[in-house]
Ligand binder design. Structure first.
Ligand code: NDP
Length: 328
């Protein structure tokens, strides 16, 4: 038996989450069993801890869309007991049991060996949000980041915090957009050169274009803000769109930035990234993410804290990265 955050659904369709003992034969099929050390709290976890948001396929369910730990047993030649591994994506924690448990069983293809220079706690301080931030930066680099400030929206959130720290470390002038003015010092500590108030970018205007400002953008927010930001991008620059914390619709005069300024809108999906990309991104994280800055982003938690944290992240009230010590 081992400890897990189990989400159950009653006959009226109402879900409830609690820390419970579960048995190993309840784990899903898979060729590698991992002793989970750390997991994290992402927006999708907030949905899965609660009513599921359409992501969870069956109950009882163990959420946790990412985890890091040590291989306990393996039927796959690529992994042996004692290997340190990290998992993100593959809908783990959504349609199969995830990282909010002391053990997880997955397919070997879903894992990535922990890169040199990262321990399991640091890997989860990065987690899905940090991996996504790195994939976004790599996508911008592939297109070429222009001179001038690089915008990060939803900057005090998980993806935004890591994107801010990586871009600043790489020498870019980061303009961090936040709706929480009290987080300005935190964001400057991560390396942001300027703070932009959320309300400066959420007013929908009829103008087809505005003055060129941003040399690149990592956008976690979409909605009205993305519509506005697109009109302010420099000629030939790119926006890496990773999330929709501010709404699914892009508002405004949409087509003009693309046809009159050659702006690129790059969609980033961390869930189905090919193995080689995931390995490359994790190696870049180990190299380019300042670990002292990472510590400043971390809020520690235990399995028992998760129901409350799940509600907080859905309200956009979590700062930086929550690292769940699964064995605590
Ligand atoms: P967080 O909740 O940690 O951060 C989101 C941030 O967005 C908030 O902290 C807040 O930042 C800002 N925000 C929230 N609501 C609004 C609003 N209404 N208008 C403008 N800004 C808002 O989430 P994550 O960083 O973990 O994830 C961000 C998004 O990315 C989510 O939609 C998530 O589902 C998605 N995602 C996508 C991935 C992918 O593979 N593409 C992977 C991981 C996440 P502030 O307070 O600074 O304004």
């Amino acid at each position: 038996m081992f400890k897990a955050l189990l989400v159950e659904k009653n006959d009226e369709g109402k879900t409830s989450a609690s820390v419970t003992e579960v048995s190993e034969d309840q784990l899903p099929e898979g060729d590698v069993t991992v002793a989970v050390e750390y997991s994290t709290v992402n927006y999708k976890d907030g949905l899965c801890i609660g009513p599921g948001g359409g992501l969870v396929r069956s109950y009882p369910h163990v959420p946790g869309i990412d985890f890091a730990g040590t291989v306990e047993s393996s039927d796959d030649d690529r992994y042996k007991p004692g290997d340190k591994v990290v998992l993100t994506g593959w809908r783990v924690g959504e349609n199969r049991w995830g990282g909010y448990a002391e053990k997880a069983r997955v397919k070997a293809d879903m894992l990535v060996p922990l890169p040199d220079g990262l321990d399991t706690r640091q890997a989860m301080a990065v987690g899905t949000a940090g991996l996504t931030a790195m994939l976004a930066v790599m996508a911008l680099e592939d297109q070429g980041i222009k001179d001038g400030p690089v915008l990060v929206t939803g900057a005090a959130g998980g993806v935004g915090s890591v994107a801010t720290a990586i871009l600043a470390r790489l020498g870019h002038e980061v303009a961090a957009v936040t709706g929480r003015p009290d987080q300005a010092d935190y964001l400057k500590g991560l390396g942001a050169a300027q703070i932009v108030a959320r309300e400066d970018l959420t007013e929908v205007t009829k103008k087809p274009l505005e003055a060129e400002q941003w040399g690149g953008c990592v956008d976690a927010v979409a909605g009205a803000m993305l519509g506005r930001v697109l009109k302010q991008m420099q000629y030939g620059s790119s926006v890496a769109a990773i999330g929709l914390a501010g709404g699914a619709a892009i508002e405004g005069a949409l087509i003009t930035p693309f046809i009159l300024r050659g702006v690129n809108l790059l969609g980033i999906d961390s869930v189905m990234q090919p193995y080689d990309n995931r390995v490359r991104a994790w190696k870049r994280i180990a190299r380019d993410l300042p670990m002292d800055k990472l510590e400043a982003m971390v809020q520690p938690a235990t399995l028992a804290d998760l129901p409350g944290l799940g509600r907080d992240i859905l309200k956009g009230q979590v700062k930086g990265r929550v690292v769940v010590d699964v064995k605590a």
